[in-house]
Design a protein around this ligand. Structure first.
Ligand SMILES: Cc1cn([C@H]2C[C@H](O)[C@@H](COP(=O)(O)OP(=O)(O)OP(=O)(O)O)O2)c(=O)[nH]c1=O
Length: 186
């Protein structure tokens, strides 16, 4: 029987994949998320997504394995998860009043071959006051999220508009992922 594995510890990715009504298991891989060899943010998220999937696929070579990685890119800055509240505030100040890209790299490894892609969504933020930034950090929401915000939570109030797939911002470009899975014979 075919087996689908989501190689992720992200509760958001689990919820998104559940929307597709597919049977899957979760097996989080803990890889080193430092990458020095990537030449661009696109390459970085693709490489990390691949490593997350590969760490699981090595043990389950007959399964379909999905790995993903999300970053926020503002000008030349790649914003991952903030390490401190100060860093979260600095990230939110950068994003305030500006547009940025959210990139998610996805890797699907399967017995029928692999699919690697990067999905990009443009997000436009309203101007944020210092009070809004501090109140938001006090919710605890920013700390486990790329760019220090979750569009699906209170930071919905910061977003003027987006161009592209909303689900990509939350951590998994769902429709493209499911289409690629089907292309690989799922
Ligand atoms: C921008 C943004 C990011 N995020 C999240 C998605 C990802 O979970 C997280 C980025 O971290 P990732 O390193 O992509 O993923 P993860 O560590 O949460 O999970 P795993 O590596 O095990 O798959 O930021 C949101 O939930 N909402 C948003 O609006």
């Amino acid at each position: 029987m075919k087996q689908l594995i989501l190689a992720s510890s992200s509760p958001r990715r689990k919820q998104l994949l559940e929307l597709a009504n597919l049977r899957f298991q979760i097996l989080a891989s803990h890889i080193d998320e430092q990458i020095h060899e990537a030449k661009s943010p696109e390459q970085a998220v693709q490489l990390l997504a691949y490593r997350k999937a590969k760490a699981v696929a090595d043990h389950y070579p007959h399964s379909y394995v999905i790995g993903a990685d999300t970053v926020v890119v503002y000008q030349d800055n790649i914003l991952g998860k903030p390490k401190t509240e100060e860093e979260a505030a600095a990230m939110l100040r950068m994003l305030s009043g500006n547009e940025h890209d959210v990139l998610t790299g996805v890797a699907i490894l399967s017995p029928n071959g692999q699919s690697l892609f990067v999905e990009k969504t443009k997000v436009f933020f309203w101007d944020l006051t210092e009070e809004e930034i501090f109140d938001y950090i006090a919710t605890g929401e920013p700390m486990d999220k790329a760019g220090a915000y979750g569009i699906q939570g209170r930071a919905a109030l910061f977003v003027k508009r987006i161009e592209g797939d909303y689900f990509n911002v939350v951590g998994l470009p769902l429709s493209r992922t499911v289409r690629e899975l089907k292309r690989l014979g799922w």
